[in-house]
Design a protein around this ligand. Structure first.
Ligand code: ADP
Length: 515
């Protein structure tokens, strides 16, 4: 030992003290001895406390070793005390050790030699004890600083020990309160752990009702242990409310995120579908446009070629022999061809306008409208010796007046045009209600249409006959279909060759638009 050792030597007998000191000096190089001969000296020394160890005789004139021991231990519980005893007082010394005496040495000449060893052991033990105490204090401090609650409990649910965090977590003031409130249901955990194979350990996350009734989430880890032959339950408990809250929020966030992704995906898919559909329509429209352009050029070529041909012939004839009658015929051909080209262009313009212009709808009384149309067609009907029968009253529909006039006019003119030669055309018109739609029928006694052509005749330039037999542009029914579709309806035909045709158009039933 390099540090100075300070020892109180309490003995009445100067020669005994000298013997003790000599033994000590032999062993310890740095030594400070304070000799105590009377009570005052002891009182002063105890008050000052400048010693590390006490060696006292049992038999003192003014006191005895036991009293000295009590005085010292009362003030300095960790200070080692060694006592000299006579052979007779050996039992007393043993008794004294129970009260905290660290060692005793028999007061015999050959025993003095034992003193340094006893001092050494006592000091070492005191040092170990001091360190252990320090360690315990530090450990307790650490445990108290921890946010984690630590506890040990008996199987009946009573707590043996715990740290401060545990009490705070439960919201109680003492172990006794914690035991009596049974907030953790220790017996239940004890029973569960007992059924488990070794290591009897369990981790749980649960909601805990604290002493004040508030609810918190905790992570609880429990273990069964054996302490001095008795089974105890050791536990760690941690407040995880904040984490749980974050978990829940995260879960909710994920859910809304998932829903949003789903929603967006659905929107995207719908948009893609729309796009694909639009593309398809565009492609079809493109194809239609090509066919359309081809047909226009083809159909316009015919009258133009005629105009060109007859004009050249007229020029030639001017130089040659003049034949007035023939020239007039040629001029008539030219005029007819010009009219044909003009009609074609007019029809095309009407058709294309149908796609582009706005089409406001209004309730239309078909009886009144058809009566007006028939008045306009009166001359044509008379020339053809055609008769028409209208089953009054006709229904009211939602439609666009201008377009509807065009549609019905086309159907009626076709009805009196496509008849076998010499047959006076007979037309019948009536309406019928079909759910929320009105079906208008235009029925003739004409040449009829083969089933295979019935769909195509509504396309532009679809004609089933040459223009010498039945003149026309092939656009009339296309105008009928486009017009009706733009008014929210549909068209169709039922027919058999030579059995007449029954054309129909469906339009929404009239509603009071002021409502
Ligand atoms: P257009 O009358 O100028 O020839 P449309 O588009 O009106 O052209 O008619 C297309 C074709 O449908 C006609 O060429 C004709 O072959 C047929 N068609 C139309 N209406 C009738 C009808 N009432 N009876 C028989 N065939 C018809």
């Amino acid at each position: 030992m390099t540090q100075e050792i300070r020892i109180l030597v309490i003995d009445d007998n100067p020669s005994d003290r000298a013997l003790v000191i000599r033994q000590l000096q032999r062993e310890f190089s740095q030594l400070h001895i304070q000799e105590i001969r009377e009570p005052e000296g002891l009182a002063q020394a105890v008050a000052e406390g400048k010693f590390d160890l006490v060696i006292t005789d049992y038999q003192l004139r003014w006191s005895n070793g036991l009293e000295v021991l009590h005085t010292i231990k009362q003030r300095y519980p960790n200070c080692p005390v060694i006592m000299f005893t006579n052979t007779g007082s050996e039992e007393i010394a043993v008794e004294a050790m129970k009260s905290g005496l660290d060692d005793y040495v028999l007061k015999l000449p050959n025993r003095y030699i034992r003193i340094p060893a006893a001092v050494k052991v006592a000091l070492e033990r005191a040092e170990i004890k001091r360190r252990a105490t320090l360690l315990e204090i530090r450990l307790q401090g650490l445990l108290n600083q921890l946010k984690v609650g630590i506890f040990r409990a008996y199987s009946d649910g009573s707590f043996i020990e715990c740290n401060r965090a545990f009490l705070e977590l439960l919201g109680v003031d003492s172990l006794t309160q914690a035991s009596s409130m049974n907030l953790l249901n220790i017996q239940e955990y004890y029973r569960m752990l007992q059924k488990q194979p070794s290591p009897q350990q369990q981790e749980d996350e649960l909601q805990l009702h604290r002493a004040d009734g508030t609810l918190i989430w905790v992570a609880l880890s429990t273990t069964l242990n054996q302490i001095e032959g008795e089974q105890v339950l050791d536990g760690l408990i941690e407040d995880i409310t904040a984490r749980k809250q974050t978990d829940i929020e995260l879960q909710q966030l994920n859910q809304t995120l998932e829903e949003r992704v789903k929603e967006r995906t659905a929107q995207l898919e719908a948009a893609n579908r729309d796009l694909a559909e639009t593309n398809k329509k565009l492609e079809l429209a493109n194809q239609d446009l090509e066919a359309f352009a081809y047909s226009i050029s083809h159909d316009l070529q015919e009258p133009l070629r005629a105009i060109q041909g007859f004009s050249s012939v007229l020029l030639e004839n001017q130089r040659e022999q003049f034949n007035l009658e023939r020239q007039q015929n040629y001029l008539q051909y030219i005029i007819t061809s010009t009219q044909q080209a003009d009609k074609l262009i007019q029809d095309l313009l009407t058709y294309s306008r149908l796609s582009r212009t706005e089409m406001p709808l209004q309730p239309i009384n078909l009886s009144l409208l058809i009566a007006e149309i028939l008045r306009q067609l009166e001359l044509e009907f008379r020339q053809q010796q055609a008769s028409v029968q209208v089953a009054e009253p006709l229904a009211e529909v939602m439609g666009n007046r201008t377009v509807l006039i065009q549609v019905i006019t086309n159907l009626l003119t076709n009805a009196i045009k496509f008849v076998a030669p010499g047959v006076p055309p007979q037309v019948q018109v009536w309406t019928e209600k079909k759910n929320e739609l009105i079906r208008l029928w235009v029925v003739d006694n004409g040449i009829g249409i083969e089933a295979k052509y019935q769909k195509n005749i509504f396309n532009v330039f679809e004609r089933l006959h040459g223009s010498e037999v039945y003149p026309g542009t092939g656009i009339g029914l296309a105008i009928v279909r486009k017009g009706v579709e733009r008014m929210g309806g549909q068209v169709g035909v039922e027919s058999q060759p030579r059995q007449g045709s029954q054309f129909w158009i469906d339009l929404p039933i009239a509603t009071d638009i002021n409502q």
